[in-house]
Structures are given as C-alpha cells and as structure tokens.
Design a protein around this ligand. Structure first.
Ligand code: EPU
Length: 345
C-alpha cells in the first residue's frame, strides 16, 4: 500500500522530536509499491528515512520523505540461520527475536534505536559488534535505474558508522530488506565497554553457560543506565563520532589532561592500528559540558556524547547552537574537530 501525505509534520517520526514538515511524506508497505510509485510526480529531493533515530532536521524539508514500512521477518526455510527482515522492522525486535531463538549475532546490538534498513546504511555498532559482522545481503530499489538490485555487503565499503550508501551511493537506493546471518555456535563478545563487568553481577558466571538472551539483557541494562529513554526524552543517540588521532597528538592531550587533573591521571583511549581513538564523551566532560543547556537543548548528564531535547520544545537552532559550542570549545582546548554522527538534514 502507498500512502501519500502532503505537508506532513515529522515530529512523531524523528526521535529528536523536531517540529518540522516535509512537502510530501510517502509510506510504502510492500516491495511492489516502489515499482508502482509515480516517481516523476514526487517533490524533489527524495529522502529515504528509517526510524528517524539518527537524524536532525534543521528546517522544513522541501522534498519527499519516503519510509519503507515493510515489517516482515522471514527466517530462511532451510533453518533459521539466514533471516530476512523488511527495512521497516525495528532493529531491536530482530535482536529480541534472535535471542528468543537462542541464535547468536546481534545480541550486543540490543536496544540500538532504528530500523533494519538503516542498520545496513549506517553500519550501526555497539559493544564490539557492528552490523557488517552479521550482514549477508541487502535488497534495494535503485532510484536511478528504476529496478530492484541485490547488493553484496562486501561491496558496501563498511567503516565506522559509514558505508557507500552514505558516500558514492547517497540518494540512489531505497533498501527494502536486509538479510542477516546468525549462528548456533556460542560467540560471546564480552571485552568491550564494561560488558564482562556487568555480566559478573549475574549468577550465570560461567562463560559456557551464557546465552544470547543473557547478553542481550546485560547490554540493555548498561544502555538504560547511560542513555536517555527515547520514550521520555528526545535525542538521536551519540551526537558525535569518536575522533581517531595520531600518537603525537594524543601525547599532547595527555599532557593537557595531567595539567588539569593531576600527574596520575589517565586519559581513556583505544588503540586503532597506529592511531588512537579518544572518547568524545571524555573531552566533552572535561570541558564542563555535562548538563550544559542552550534553550531546550542539553548535553545529557549521564552520557555527554548525547545531546537531548530536554524540554520537548527544543528548536533545531538550539541543538545546532549547543553542538557548535561543544565543537568550538573542544577545538580550542584539544585541537580536535569533532564531527557529528547524527545526519543533519
Ligand atoms: N566517558 C567519559 N565520560 C563520560 C562518559 C564516557 O570519560 O561521561 C568515556 C569513558 O572512558 C568511556 C568512554 O568514554 O569508557 C566511551 O564511552 P562508551 O563506552 O559509553 O561509548 P561511546 O564511545 O560513548 C560508542 C557508540 C555508541 C555505543 C557505545 C558502546 C559512537 C559515536 N557511539 O559510544 O553508539 O552504544 O560506544 O559500544 O561510536 C550510537 O551510535 O548512537 C551509540 C549510542
């Protein structure tokens, strides 16, 4: 079914709850709808939206916002190890299903907001796992050639929260379904972001007895403590990417941090090849931004990598004003330009 709504209020469709409109909102619920759609009649540009959980609409959108509401979850008939999810399946519903079947793969990605279609664009990731690790196939409508294509994830140039869908292929494909590969073999990934420590609170301490459900529940517990509940406070998750810098640059940061916090202070960091990833949250905290506000926009107290719509009435200008202040302050103090992870429209 194709539903067209002109002058559509997008506030219920973006997790930041920005009150903006698009010229036309189109919802399709089946693959065939994309073939049937009168593409030449759509206000331009066409923007394909998933769950609206990684977007900041900075103003009214002059074109068409298209949402693929295909919500089927189909395990392959030969067994449950290949599962095809419609682009509109809520990603965490897929994670919950996999855990309920005792299948491994997406458990560390539990509670990431958004839909399956976007998981393949964005290469969503958390706690040492990324979507690319479980992607087996992508089906999409090619808006240029006006036909369906099957895309091999190996051709998508996946990187940290990025893929060809965000670069060369931007604006070209409408993802209709995503196939994930799951495993019956236990594959617990525990050495990241306090997962092992949180698990040790469980009675099921023995690694062999872990199940995807236990890990899912643990991850959900960690995320609930740190991240705002999307039902209560609008946000788009992590607002900035974590920067990767040279070792020399990192040494300068360590020097500044020791001047600020004492000689024994240790800067949190992760080694990435011969470079260093420094948590943006740490820099934002060091610059005193925890809880800082700009009108209705606020740097979230429990996880300063997240900017929230604290009052529910924050405007795009208030969010981007706070964003700029954070970027400028960190550039001045550490010589690092933070880049937003959230896509600005
Ligand atoms: N930290 C501080 N102060 C704080 C908070 C954090 O210094 O107030 C430091 C800590 O040292 C902590 C480190 O920052 O160990 C990193 O924090 P965390 O492990 O919470 O992860 P993150 O880098 O903030 C990333 C992803 C999240 C993902 C988590 C867990 C990005 C931009 N964000 O956050 O993804 O859930 O790791 O794997 O890479 C998202 O994409 O929206 C998202 C939430």
């Amino acid at each position: 079914m194709i539903t067209r709504t002109p002058s559509y209020d997008l506030s219920s469709r973006n997790t930041f709850r920005m009150k903006v409109k698009c010229a036309l909102y189109v919802e399709v619920t089946a693959e065939a709808d994309l073939q049937a759609l009168d593409w030449d009649s759509l206000p331009q540009p066409v923007f394909v939206m998933g769950g609206g959980s990684n977007l900041l609409f900075t103003k009214d959108f002059p074109g068409t916002v298209l949402h693929v509401g295909i919500t089927s979850l189909c395990p392959a008939p030969t067994g449950h190890l290949l599962v095809t999810c419609g682009a509109g399946v809520v990603f965490d519903d897929f994670c919950a299903w996999a855990a309920s079947q005792n299948l491994w793969g997406p458990e560390n990605l539990s509670l990431i907001p958004g839909e399956c279609g976007a998981s393949a664009v964005q290469n969503i990731g958390a706690y040492g796992v990324e979507a690319k690790d479980i992607l087996a196939g992508i089906r999409a409508w090619d808006m240029k050639e006006r036909r369906f294509v099957d895309i091999d994830p190996a051709d998508c140039e996946y990187g940290y929260r990025t893929s060809r869908f965000k670069t060369q292929w931007k604006g070209r494909y409408v993802i209709t379904s995503v196939t994930y590969r799951l495993s019956k073999e236990p594959k617990p990934i525990l050495d990241y972001g306090g997962v092992r420590k949180a698990l040790s609170c469980h009675s099921e301490l023995v690694e062999e007895s872990l199940t995807p459900q236990i890990i899912r529940d643990t991850i959900i517990g960690i995320r609930r403590k740190k991240l705002p509940d999307p039902e209560e406070i609008g946000s788009a998750g992590s607002f900035f990417c974590n920067p990767v810098i040279s070792r020399e640059h990192f040494e300068k940061i360590v020097k500044t941090a020791k001047e600020d916090n004492g000689a024994d202070y240790e800067v949190p960091h992760y080694v990435v090849g011969n470079q260093i990833k420094v948590p943006a949250a740490w820099m934002i905290e060091q610059c005193g931004f925890k809880g800082a506000t700009n009108g209705g926009a606020q740097v979230y107290q429990n996880q300063p990598l997240v900017i929230v719509n604290a009052t529910g009435n924050a405007t795009p200008e208030e969010i981007t004003g706070l964003e700029q202040k954070v970027i400028d302050t960190i550039a001045a103090k550490y010589g690092i330009t933070l880049h937003p992870e959230v896509e600005h429209i």
